[in-house]
Design a protein around this ligand. Structure first.
Ligand code: NAP
Length: 246
């Protein structure tokens, strides 16, 4: 049996992917990456991968015990608030050290309209008639029901299968990284007047912000949710260093 210690990575981001590769190449730890299993063809990280939820925080606590996990790194997306709360709870209960790997948000640019959540972004368009490039993911599209007479160009990683309650829309798919040129082309082709995005941070999704600036398109940015207090770093390399010091 291997004497490597197990670290559970909560994944679903490029950083989680990179971290699993770093751990795989270093002695002492064995990474198990957990993914929600929402996207159809996710990039598979090095090491063991498990899919699907744990069945709430208690299920996650059980998983830590069953796997004998000696550390947890929460490298989920900055807007995946539920799993981060569950992870903080489970690690406290199980007495397992937890680190959050959190890419920095994009610095606020002048002229951005900041909103606190997707619902507030939807309400902003209710009494307007705009052509909106909506890049908030699949999960919250329902909030744009009754969002007025604007046109919404919706980009998701996987195709949207269920009918949407948004009367005037078009659907496209795409997986980052996205270039500034590509984003400009989309904005021009569809006559976009506003971009709506979460403040996800990172290089892969930042092309649309520069493109919007160049095209004179308004930018509505959804601010990050609050997370439970915990030790955190911004890069996979720092996360590996934390692990090696345990
Ligand atoms: P969420 O609302 O925070 O979590 C909902 C439930 O999904 C959790 O309670 C958990 O189910 C399961 N889950 C989420 N992440 C998981 C993981 N890494 N491993 C196992 N189970 C997980 O999450 P979400 O916003 O739906 O995001 C789902 C996944 O997509 C996340 O892993 C996130 O990193 C990734 N993602 C999210 C966004 C976004 O904008 N929210 C964007 C890009 C990628 P149980 O309670 O059954 O354990």
């Amino acid at each position: 049996m291997s004497d490597e210690r197990v670290v559970l990575i909560l994944g679903g981001t490029g950083e989680a992917f990179d971290l699993a590769a770093l751990i795989d190449a270093s002695p002492g730890w064995r990474a198990v990456t957990s993914m929600a299993g929402r996207t159809r063809r996710p990039r598979l990280p090095e090491g063991e991968v498990v899919f699907g939820g744990f069945g709430g925080p208690e299920g996650l606590e059980r998983c830590l015990a069953e796997r004998g996990a000696r550390a947890v790194i929460d490298a989920t997306h900055p807007f995946a608030a539920q799993i981060s709360q569950n992870t903080a709870w489970a690690c406290t209960k199980a007495g397992v050290p937890l680190l959050r790997l959190d890419r920095p948000p994009w610095p606020v640019r002048s002229g951005w309209r900041l909103v606190s959540d997707v619902g507030e972004a939807a309400r902003f368009f209710r009494r307007r008639e705009e052509r909106v490039f909506l890049t908030v993911g699949k999960k919250d599209l329902g909030k744009f029901e009754n969002a007025g007479d604007s046109f919404f160009l919706i980009r998701t990683v996987d195709p949207v299968e269920d009918p949407l309650p948004i009367k005037n829309h078009d659907l496209i798919t795409g997986r980052g990284p996205f270039s500034v040129e590509g984003e400009l082309q989309i904005m021009r082709e569809y006559g976009i007047t506003w971009l709506v995005t979460k403040n996800s941070g990172g290089e892969a999704g930042s092309g649309k912000l520069t493109a919007a600036e160049q095209a004179g398109v308004g930018v509505c940015v959804i601010e990050r949710p609050q997370f439970p207090e915990c030790e955190s770093v911004e890069t996979p390399t720092e996360a590996l260093r934390w692990l090696c010091e345990l």
